[in-house]
Ligand binder design. Structure first.
Ligand code: HEC
Length: 100
């Protein structure tokens, strides 16, 4: 299912009733003053997070099962699993893959 990066960016920034806005906890400019790690460069970093997972696979894993890999110095069970449809996951993924 091809994702739409613009739709993904809107979800990231604004969320929906069922998806907490990612931007509440994640910067994309490298600043670390929010609850979650910055996602600056995540399209690149993602490929080295979990052995055997491509960047795209890891990014889906990190949304559906956030505790599968914990970013150093960040706690488990803080990131909410978005109640996203498969299309919305694809859109979020397409957007995250632009964050090189
Ligand atoms: C309440 C705060 C919060 C919200 C909202 C949130 N996250 Fe997170 N997220 C975290 C925390 C804390 C971590 C680090 C712990 C972990 O790895 O699970 C994290 C980790 C991640 C990672 C892994 C980063 C890495 O460097 O490996 C990705 C990708 C991610 N979040 C994407 C998202 C997306 C996309 C959304 C919106 C659908 C979102 N997050 C919403 C708190 C949040």
């Amino acid at each position: 299912m091809p994702g739409d990066a613009d739709a993904g960016r809107a979800l990231f920034e604004q969320g929906t009733l069922k998806i907490q806005a990612c931007a509440t906890c994640h910067s994309i400019d490298g600043s670390t003053d929010l609850l979650g790690p910055t996602l600056k460069g995540i399209a690149t970093t993602a490929a080295s997070r979990l052995a055997g997972q491509t960047a795209a696979q890891y990014l889906i894993t990190s949304m559906k099962t956030p505790n599968a890999f914990l970013v150093p110095n960040y706690p488990a069970d803080l990131m909410p699993v978005p109640e996203a449809t498969e299309q919305q996951y694809s859109d979020l993924l397409a957007y995250l893959l632009t964050l090189k």
